[in-house]
Design a protein around this ligand. Structure first.
Ligand SMILES: [Zn+2]
Length: 440
């Protein structure tokens, strides 16, 4: 009887300890979310101090780099037993997009934990403060288990991803500091998955920001005549719209994933002759413009898209011209599509699959990220980079109102990273003789 009572006491004490630990983990996540790092005035210094304090509690080396004044990039290092081996880089960005506070059910920087659902509401809960601090929590657990990495593990907390990453990850990837890190593999952000499979990304679409312009003779608003600027622009818009529908149909029919088609969305229309009360109504203008955000997958034929733009969307024969506000090539400097291999040529891929499986996670089919992330700067240097944010059973709410992550999903993600970091940091390349024997 006494033994049973003691057992009961022991087990209830264990549950309590576990609960206390979970509460501490969740409150650290909330504290990070409460730092307002939204553009246009992100509080980068507070975020950097928070990360440095966390790193200090884990005895990680901390370096704060400022490629541009006021935009700190915090670089943490967990030294490996063999510093000569290529290292692991776990990247995350500290900035978030702005939130329209009045459209949220809970203030976006309160990190409110809903008591019954367990949802944590905050800007950045999915994109991507969750990942940054999950890396740290996973390291905390690995340290507690006595694990020591063979390879050095770096964590970079970078600014400005949401505004292009030029003063953050781009400068970092180009720096001497980065070169000396001898990085072998980069992990960066992915997307939430509404079903039970985690999503994983091995490449991303390239942005082509296109402006087309039509010119034509101005004329009276009552006159019917050919080749007006408006008429010519509308023909182009119709052509773009048909192309957009053809691509979207492939996605709707389930034949292609979102990241595998060329998306094109009109983002502005500019025409008309302004008047004090709006626009002059009896005048056909001599110029009209439209802007498009086009996203091109790495598998697309760039030359054929260029031809389409020059011949159908902005043909000189219709008095049209075009220019790119931004045009990122789908190929690297060797003319090869910028993608990370997901076959046996990339050992990090197999390690990731295995590590997620052994942590009881399920991985969906690898995808092309539909938008841009900082991973492109690392891939552009020829490094493998995998986009992964462990959020299953979660609606995709990045940049949306009421962005949230469930606390249990967050906690599960820490276990997933524990497994991945352990596998990556322990990875020993097969020796030459072993590798050749495997080939035989
Ligand atoms: Zn992000």
């Amino acid at each position: 009887m006494l033994a049973v009572a003691i057992l009961f006491l022991l087990s209830s004490a264990a549950v309590t300890n576990c609960e206390v630990e979970e509460e501490a983990i969740i409150s650290r996540f909330q504290n990070y979310l409460r730092i307002n790092t939204a553009h246009p005035n992100p509080n980068y210094n507070e975020a950097a101090q928070f990360i440095a304090a966390e790193a200090n509690s884990l005895s990680l080396d901390t370096q704060t780099l400022e490629f541009l004044k006021g935009k700190p990039l915090v670089l943490l290092k967990w030294a490996g037993r063999d510093p000569s081996l290529p290292s692991i880089l776990l990247n995350s960005h500290t900035d978030v997009v702005p939130a329209e506070t009045h459209k949220w059910n809970h203030p976006p920087f309160d990190a409110h934990l809903h008591p019954s659902s367990g949802h944590i509401y905050a800007r950045g809960s999915q994109d991507m403060k969750c990942v940054g601090i999950q890396y740290l929590e996973a390291i905390r657990k690995l340290q507690a288990s006595g694990f020591r990495p063979l390879r050095t593990v770096y964590l970079s907390f970078v600014p400005d991803e949401e505004i292009g990453g030029h003063d953050g990850a781009e400068m970092f990837a180009d720096s001497d500091v980065f070169r000396k890190m001898n990085v072998g593999i980069v992990l960066d952000e992915g997307l939430a998955s509404p079903n039970e499979d985690y999503r994983v990304f091995y490449g991303e679409r390239s942005p082509w920001w296109l402006v087309i312009k039509a010119t034509g003779a101005p004329g009276h608003g009552a006159k019917l005549y050919d080749n007006t600027a408006m008429e010519n622009l509308i023909k182009s818009v119709e052509s773009v719209r048909r192309f957009r529908a053809s691509q979207f149909d492939l996605v709707k029919a389930g034949l292609k994933a979102e990241g595998e088609v060329i998306s094109v969305n009109m983002v502005f229309l500019k025409a008309g002759t302004p008047s004090p009360t709006g626009f002059v109504m009896n005048l056909q203008p001599s110029e009209a413009q439209a802007g498009f955000d086009i996203r091109v997958p790495p598998t697309a034929d760039e030359a054929s898209l260029e031809r389409r733009i020059a011949e159908e969307w902005a043909p000189a024969t219709r008095n049209m011209t075009f220019e790119f506000k931004q045009r990122v090539s789908v190929n690297d400097k060797f003319g090869k599509p910028v993608v990370t291999a997901i076959d046996s040529s990339n050992p990090w891929w197999a390690l990731l699959e295995e590590a997620i499986k052994s942590a009881k996670g399920k991985l969906g089919k690898p995808e092309i990220f539909p938008a841009s992330t900082d991973a492109r700067y690392f891939r552009g240097r020829g490094l493998p980079a995998i986009g992964f944010s462990p959020m299953a059973n979660t609606p995709i709410l990045l940049h949306d109102h009421n962005e949230f992550l469930n606390k249990d999903e967050y906690l599960r993600g820490i276990g997933i990273y524990e497994s991945i970091i352990k596998a990556y940091a322990s990875y020993e390349e097969p020796r030459k003789d072993e590798a050749s024997r495997a080939e035989l």
